[in-house]
Design a protein around this ligand. Structure first.
Ligand code: UD2
Ligand code: MN
Length: 589
């Protein structure tokens, strides 16, 4: 290990190798290597000399380093902590003393995690290096771009905010950190004002931007991005702990290709005991309808078949949102975030679709790991209703990016249709998508996220009534009930996410008082064309069920009249078999 105290900000710099690596190197070799790394850290080293390594069995192997590259710098000043016995040290769980239980409980709501324990553990604690083995041997370029770290926060817990900042300062090669911008999103807590400024004045790289009104995290990040001086923007939440070697692998990807957007693996800092926990490898960021973010493990057989290694980069359909590095110019070329998104939520979907559809890529970099405190609820207030805010944001994203697939979004969040949500003006966002000549959502589904089920209709084919052994048929632009014939085009219908029963551009409806049925031009906004057909597929068995006209006060059901074999609507009766229907195919529940 090599210690130098001449680095920037007068922080002590330890350059360490993981113990697992040390085993294979002689003492002399370690020194040579560390000297090289130290040089790299201060000046850009063009390293052409081969480095001698021994493999432990006394045979010397010659390693020619790639010119202009170096091994990831494992900078970590917390490696030998001042107080190794402090609670929470090395990422271990901390314990609330018996007589402090009440206090801990009452302070929970300050951040919706164990604030008492956060205050108890060191703000610069050591944590385990959780990177897969092999990461510390990876090479990155000597001329990596610099980054501005942007952390925005509203009423963040003091010790947690400090720990986030120190984890960046302590575990990043400082020549790569242009600055850390803390964007204070109009916090109400006094300590986040003068005290914070005073504390951070000791760290020249840290800048604080106090916003004069609440921007919400999306516009707060943009305020930070506007004044950023680094080549790359690295966004972080304000309750994180960056792990050893986290930064260079992210910057390396952006350096290789400016349209790559690099995310670290997000690990877990427990909200209950503040322990630092690693997560399973091979996780992709995905979403399910109606645009709920989640992580999904790559199936074992895919890992085996493609020989995917733990250190391999994982391409993700969507990012979690909080932590990523993006080339600054590219971020602005993409039109940043939609500034019409409010407060919190949905911006990760927006930026993800935008990146992929407009020529970029989103990657998770397993050799970069950052811990994050996941909380059950937002600890700050929303200017308007929380749920409505997120729904409106998502609907904006759907309107701009999902094309015809937005029906799936609304179909899974049907209450939004009934609410008649006002999403605000979208002209600029739609123009932007045109200007950037972004691809279609269909392209995205086929190429980026082929495993997402995205059937454009919920059900299709024949509409059968088994009791009467017949099917709904179009005859001379009217509706009739006839013997089923799978090859008859006039018996084919689509049941859409917006609940229309379509035959071409015409939709089944009952618009007169007598309850007769007819075909009318389809219109997604016309509620009198909408039918609810509930029991779709259950345990792979198709169930018959009612088809209910939705716009009426009294439930009214599609029925075939027993004697005349005519179609009509009638008062719903759960035991009436002539009101039960089944489509030929069902695509989703
Ligand atoms: C996730 C993301 C988060 C963001 C969010 C919304 C991760 C780990 N976290 O939820 O970054 O993308 O999804 O889609 O991927 N904040 C403000 N002003 C506000 C609200 C929040 O500055 O009005 C700050 C907040 O203090 C925090 C950050 O924004 O530092 C993210 O908020 P969060 O931690 O509540 O979001 P999270 O982690 O639940
Ligand atoms: Mn967070």
């Amino acid at each position: 290990r090599l210690v130098s105290d001449k680095s920037e900000d007068n922080l002590k710099l330890n350059i360490v190798n993981k113990t697992s690596d040390l085993k294979h190197l002689t003492k002399k070799a370690i020194l040579t290597e560390d000297l090289q790394l130290a040089k790299v850290h201060k000046v850009n080293l063009t390293d052409k000399d081969p480095i001698k390594k021994t493999d432990g069995r006394n045979s010397t192997i010659q390693l020619r380093r790639n010119p202009g590259m170096h091994k990831v710098l494992t900078v970590d000043v917390t490696f030998s902590p001042r107080d190794p016995k402090a609670p929470g040290q090395f990422g271990h769980p901390a314990v609330v003393p018996e007589d402090k239980q009440e206090e801990a409980k009452s302070r929970w709501k300050e951040g919706n995690f164990n604030v008492y324990l956060s205050d108890l553990i060191p703000i610069d604690r050591a944590i385990d290096d959780t990177r897969p083995s092999g990461c510390s041997r990876q090479l990155v370029h000597n001329d990596l771009p610099t980054t501005t770290v942007i952390m925005c926060f509203v009423d963040e817990v003091w010790s947690t905010l400090l720990r986030s900042v120190h984890s960046v300062l302590n575990r990043s090669p400082l020549h790569l950190i242009k600055e850390i911008i803390l964007v204070d999103d109009f916090s109400t807590k006094e300590y986040l004002k003068d005290n914070l400024d005073k504390y951070m004045s000791k760290f020249p790289k840290v800048k604080i931007l106090h916003l004069k009104e609440r921007h919400g995290l999306i516009r707060a990040r943009l305020a930070g991005a506007k004044i950023a001086k680094g080549d790359v923007l690295t966004f972080l939440d304000s309750h994180v702990e960056c792990n050893v070697g986290w930064l260079e692998p992210l910057l390396e990807r952006v350096h290789l290709n400016r349209t790559k957007v690099a995310c670290p693996v997000i690990e877990v800092v427990s909200d209950k005991d503040m322990s630092y926990m690693t997560v399973d490898n091979f996780q992709r960021g995905v979403f399910t309808w109606p645009m709920n973010f989640g992580w999904r493990q790559i199936p074992q057989e895919v890992i085996e078949k493609n020989k995917i290694k733990e250190t391999d980069i994982i391409r993700c359909p969507v990012m979690a949102g909080g932590l990523f590095s993006i080339d600054k110019k590219y971020f602005f070329e993409l039109g940043t975030y939609d500034p019409g998104l409010d407060v919190w939520g949905g911006e990760n979907m927006e930026i993800s679709f935008k990146i992929w559809m407009c020529g970029g890529e989103i990657e998770i970099i397993p050799c970069s790991r950052v811990g994050h405190i996941f909380r059950n609820d937002n600890p700050y207030s929303f200017p308007k209703d929380r749920i409505k805010t997120v729904e409106r944001n998502l609907a904006r994203v759907a309107e701009v990016w999902l094309d015809e697939y937005k029906e799936l979004f609304y179909g899974h969040a049907y209450h939004l249709i009934l609410k008649n949500l006002d999403v605000g003006n979208l002209t600029q966002q739609i123009q932007l998508r045109k200007k950037l000549q972004c691809k279609s959502f269909k392209w995205y589904l086929e190429n980026v996220y082929p495993d997402l089920e995205a059937p454009l209709v919920r059900a299709s084919g024949l509409i059968v009534n088994i009791a009467m052994a017949g099917c709904i048929t179009v005859e001379n632009s009217t509706l009739a009930f006839e013997t089923c014939d799978i090859n008859n085009k006039n018996q084919k219908f689509n049941y859409t996410w917006l609940r229309l029963i379509k035959h071409g551009d015409f939709c089944i409806a009952s618009v007169d008082a007598k309850g007769t049925l007819g075909l009318y031009p389809c219109d997604n906004r016309n509620n009198s064309l909408k039918w609810l057909h509930k029991s779709l597929v259950s345990f792979q068995v198709k169930l018959m069920d009612h088809i209910v006209l939705e716009h009426l006060q009294q439930p009214t059901c599609l029925e075939v009249d027993q004697s005349h074999k005519a179609l009509r609507v009638n008062a719903c009766d759960s035991s009436n078999p002539y009101q039960k229907w089944q489509f030929g195919n069902y695509y989703a529940n």
